[in-house]
Write a protein that binds this ligand. Structure first.
Ligand SMILES: C[S@@+](CC[C@H](N)C(=O)[O-])C[C@H]1O[C@@H](n2cnc3c(N)ncnc32)[C@H](O)[C@@H]1O
Length: 230
């Protein structure tokens, strides 16, 4: 379904929430908002599955409708892998469960800050860190690090605070059919709930947590993805 949530002028802009109205249009919304989203998801799946053991354990944190989970399932032939896909929006998790019926996946309705991470061979955090309180981000990454096996992979994808690309990103959204009003109203809705970090904030945090390999493997305008290894 086409995203028209901010098409008409709202008298009051409520904070953005991953509720049923967003669930209904989410694939269209994210595809028209994040440059290269499909490529990023597909290739992050390949990075995760490349060395995944036949009984590998993967976490998809902030899974939404399970796009990353789905590519990992599609790209991994092993029937004994296990994916724990977590989101705190019950509308997202309900729809994800309807869309993906595979015994290798366990969808969990939970705050990612509370979910235990154990014996992880890979963890995917695609566009979730930016929705956590700033002071929780390092704690969250430390928890993930502790729950990862040695040599395990972490993918972190985020919008990056890089003012030089803001207007081109908005132009790209206009090319994709969003109007100035839609862009402005969505920006207001996200203002308090999606707080983005700079590239150097991310890199410093990854280092402080202790990751031994840190590489930016994807970048388009103000969107990036990092491959980290314990
Ligand atoms: C931008 S979406 C993620 C997109 C998804 N990873 C993908 O690539 O399709 C952010 C998701 O994180 C979830 N989320 C935000 N804060 C969360 C939290 N504290 N715990 C669990 N999920 C959270 C939201 O409900 C939403 O589904």
């Amino acid at each position: 379904m086409r995203d028209q949530i901010y098409k008409d002028r709202h008298t009051k802009i409520a904070d953005f929430a991953f509720d049923q109205s967003v669930v209904d249009v989410f694939p269209d919304m994210i595809g028209r908002s994040i440059p290269g989203y499909e490529t990023l998801i597909s290739i992050s799946g390949l990075l995760v599955t490349k060395d995944l053991a036949a009984d590998g354990r993967v976490y998809d944190l902030g899974c939404s409708l399970g796009a990353s989970t789905q590519v990992i399932l599609d790209q991994c032939p092993h029937k004994d892998i296990k994916i724990i896909a977590v989101d705190n929006s019950k509308e997202m998790i309900n729809q994800a469960k309807k869309n993906i019926k595979d015994p290798r996946v366990n969808f969990v309705l939970e705050d990612v800050l509370n979910v235990p991470i154990r014996s992880a061979n890979a963890v995917v955090c695609n566009f979730i860190l930016q929705f956590l309180a700033k002071d929780q981000r390092v704690i969250f990454l430390e928890k993930i690090f502790l729950g990862m096996e040695s040599g395990a992979t972490l993918i972190v994808s985020e919008k990056i605070d890089s003012p030089e690309y803001i207007s081109t990103h908005e132009d790209w959204k206009k090319v994709n059919g969003y109007s100035d009003l839609e862009i402005e109203q969505k920006r207001s809705a996200l203002e308090k709930v999606m707080l983005i970090d700079s590239e150097s904030d991310h890199l410093q945090r990854f280092k402080s947590v202790g990751f031994k390999e840190i590489a930016q493997w994807y970048r388009c305008l103000n969107w990036a993805s990092y491959l980290l290894r314990k």
